[in-house]
Design a protein around this ligand. Structure first.
Ligand code: HEM
Length: 397
């Protein structure tokens, strides 16, 4: 009998290698930085609401948000897979927005107060960039109203509000191209620690409470300021900032809620919600050597695309708050509204944030708009985190 000179383990290695190469050919590895994009409701629900343990949801989000952990030096639940940390963070955030901590009347009072501080001051320049002003007011309201139990109000300077707001924007935008700015982050943190001295790392609570809110306020103001009907609705809400007034559908008109739902449909601040998912090739060797046959794939739920889906009819790209009126809305349409995510990690402020943003919008429109001492000059297009070039608030002639 002829003895083989090639040992058995070499054959085994060859078989593994060939299977690996074959599986790579059949199931090619996606480029790591090009996420797979999901746009249908079924696929997005499958991703965000899959029946997995909360720990799996948290770890797939943490992996997808790793760049934010690095950019902002944070370890909050958005970048951390720890289940206990998630429970503590969401409990804390839920308590902040509870009516007991912050009744709507108190929020409206602080919003009016901050609008006066920033718009009615004697040294208000004849023209200010629109996004600067909205960021300044929103951040100040979040600090003084939502974080009332933690803030040292006397330490807040207007210039510092601008530095923090612009800094957060810049750090976020640059993180998308893996560019990090530790010196700028230090400047931002220096101010935040002065304002919120009892927090270990205050930016961890400022990001979820402020970063999406200012953009919703900015879009809503930009779409309402020259709309007489909308300004009338917001004025009524400021006078009576209750749940009933927010949803009031008087005289066949729309409600403020309809207006805000349309803002969030067309301009969701979180345009994509990403997860990193393990993908395995269907092979028996996957079971034996999972590390060779499992890849990490970034999958992005494209919320913006879903919310502009054809189920919203041919006018899907138009801003039309009346489409949310109960008499016009189909059963399917509200299911596609996922600006606050879906599944186990849905935003805890889903029912609070639209109404809170509307109260800020109402306080701003009380002082700015057609036939007011301050007016808005529109730019070319409605912006997002960036893109507000040409928009300004100026003294009326
Ligand atoms: C209009 C404003 C807001 C929008 C559009 C928004 C959007 C979102 C989205 C899309 C998620 C899910 C992220 C994911 O699945 O990975 C989320 C989660 C979260 N948001 Fe918001 N958010 C807003 C305002 C707020 C506010 C004001 C708070 C503070 C109370 C807040 C606290 C949270 C928390 C704690 C989570 C994590 C939930 C969890 O992990 O279980 N959000 N938000």
């Amino acid at each position: 009998m002829i003895q083989s000179t090639v040992p058995m383990y070499a054959y085994a290695f060859l078989v593994v290698l060939c299977t690996y190469c074959l599986s790579r050919r059949l199931y090619p590895s996606p480029k790591p930085h090009v996420p797979k994009r999901l746009t249908s409701l079924a696929d997005i629900e499958q991703l965000l609401s899959r029946p997995a343990h909360i720990a799996d949801h948290l770890s797939s989000r943490a992996l997808a948000n790793a760049r934010l952990a690095r950019a902002f030096n944070i370890n909050s639940t958005f970048v951390n897979s720890d289940v206990a940390a998630h429970g503590a963070f969401t409990k804390f955030a839920t308590a902040l927005i509870s009516p007991r901590n912050l009744p709507w009347g108190r929020l409206a009072y602080v919003a009016k107060q901050m609008v006066s501080v920033h718009l009615l001051c004697t040294n208000f320049p004849s023209i200010v960039a629109f996004d600067t002003l909205i960021r300044r007011i929103t951040l100040h309201v979040i600090l003084v109203a939502l974080l009332a139990g933690y803030v040292d109000e006397s330490a807040i300077e207007v210039d510092d509000l601008d530095l923090v707001a612009v800094g957060i924007n810049k750090i976020w935008t640059l993180s998308k191209s893996s560019t990090y700015c530790p010196e700028l982050l230090e400047e931002v943190n220096l101010r935040l620690r002065r304002w919120l001295p009892t927090y270990d790392n205050p930016i961890e609570i400022i990001i979820p409470t402020y970063e999406t809110m200012w953009r919703v306020v900015a879009v809503a103001v930009s779409l309402a300021y020259d709309d007489v009907e909308a300004t009338r609705l917001f004025a009524a809400l400021l006078k009576q900032p209750t749940n009933e007034q927010y949803r009031n559908l008087a005289d066949n008109s729309i409600s403020v809620d309809n207006f805000m739902q349309e803002v969030l449909r067309l301009y969701p601040p979180t345009r994509r919600i990403s997860r990193v998912m393990p993908v395995t090739s269907p092979s028996i060797l996957t079971k034996l050597l999972p590390q060779f046959f499992t890849r990490q794939l970034t999958v992005a739920a494209d919320i913006e695309a879903l919310q502009r889906d054809s189920c919203w009819a041919s006018s899907l790209g138009e801003f039309d708050p009346a489409r949310h009126h109960p008499q016009r809305c189909t059963r399917q349409q509200p299911r596609t509204l996922l600006a606050f995510g879906a599944g186990k990690l849905t935003c805890v402020a889903k029912n609070w944030a639209p109404q809170a943003a509307a109260i800020l919008v109402a306080a701003i429109l009380d002082q700015v708009g057609l036939e007011k001492d301050l007016n808005i000059k529109a730019g070319r297009a409605v912006g997002g985190r960036e893109g507000w070039e040409g928009w300004s608030v100026r003294k009326s002639l």
